[in-house]
Design a binder for this molecule. Structure first.
Ligand SMILES: [Zn+2]
Ligand SMILES: [Zn+2]
Length: 320
């Protein structure tokens, strides 16, 4: 009886802390950006690479997403287990490492893509689209970007050189909220190149790009989470946690299907959609040499991250 009372007290405390955190997340959205200490004072170098609106709304959208997934995972997990598992911690470290890569390198990469496009490829911009209503322009941009994402994903599976890098993302056996961040920097450069080009040819401006970035950041977190959800009839339009789990399936029959990023329509149009909607296969890659995460302590997590980063190069050398 005493133990049950104690458990309830802990649960209430966790909820209270979570509520306070949620209220704190609202602060950046309502305060002027210049008063955000993290951006303006502590990390001035970062502020040049973060779009102000994204910095403003990211904390609250993350808080909402984490709350939603936390509850969904409690109610409908694919594989029951602790929320803060070793796999989750490893992918969370990937998330922070990716932020680092973005600041050090990917920001420059994006800048280079835009510069090259503006100077040499602007003739590719679709004529007349600039005069369209911004919503129509955005819808076309999203459709093109999503199709480009689908196509680049297919190529990253079919070309052995690209697969070596993309397989790091596929190696996760316990899919979780942050598995979408477990993407090798080389793999990320290839995919971000095609997406930015699609948005650029449709002449989309900064607000549209920010909206796309928010969708792009949040939606894949939902479908990588450990939740047993297939979205019912919406699965004919959108990628779901079920369809993406099949894409991550370790068995050979799942390898080349469900490449969609946001919409599942491209897979349906081009015949790469796996037909079954009620299967939740085990995930991972069939390579015994892959350095799977086993240690959950900080040193172990960093060591595994390093091994996973060099894995594609070692794997390519082995094959050569
Ligand atoms: Zn893939
Ligand atoms: Zn994935």
């Amino acid at each position: 009886m005493a133990n049950a009372q104690q458990a309830w007290r802990v649960a209430w405390l966790v909820w209270l802390a979570w509520l306070v955190l949620g209220l704190l997340c609202i602060l950046p959205a309502v305060l002027p950006l210049s008063s955000l200490p993290l951006l303006s004072d502590w990390l001035p170098a970062i502020s040049h690479h973060v779009l102000p609106e994204k910095a403003r709304y990211s904390p609250i959208s993350y808080w909402l997403l984490l709350t939603l997934v936390w509850q969904l995972q409690r109610l409908r997990p694919v594989a029951p287990g602790p929320f803060f598992s070793v796999a989750f911690r490893q992918d969370l470290l990937w998330y922070f490492a990716t932020m680092g890569f973005r600041l050090l390198f990917l920001g420059t990469w994006a800048f280079a893509v835009v510069t090259v496009y503006t100077h040499y490829l602007s003739f590719l911009t679709l004529p007349g689209v600039a005069q369209w209503h911004p919503i129509a322009q955005f819808v076309l941009g999203v459709l093109l970007a999503d199709f480009a994402r689908w196509l680049s994903h297919l190529i990253r599976h079919k070309v052995p050189l690209f697969w070596a890098f993309h397989s790091v993302h596929h190696a996760q056996r316990d899919l979780n909220l942050f598995t979408d961040a477990r993407v090798h920097p080389v793999d990320r450069m290839v995919s971000s190149l095609v997406t930015s080009l699609a948005l650029l040819v449709t002449g989309n401006g900064v607000p549209a790009v920010i909206l796309w970035m928010v969708i792009e950041t949040l939606y894949p977190k939902f479908y990588h989470a450990n939740v047993r959800i297939d979205l019912g009839p919406l699965r004919y339009l959108l990628v779901t946690p079920q369809s993406h789990r099949v894409h991550h399936g370790v068995e050979h029959r799942y390898h080349d299907c469900n490449f969609g990023f946001l919409f599942s329509v491209w897979d349906r149009v081009f015949g790469t959609q796996y037909p079954e909607h009620h299967i939740w296969p085990p995930t991972g890659i069939p390579d015994a040499e892959f350095p799977l995460e086993q240690a959950g302590d900080p040193v172990g997590l960093f060591r595994t991250l390093y091994r996973q980063l060099i894995y594609p190069f070692a794997s390519l050398r082995r094959r050569a």
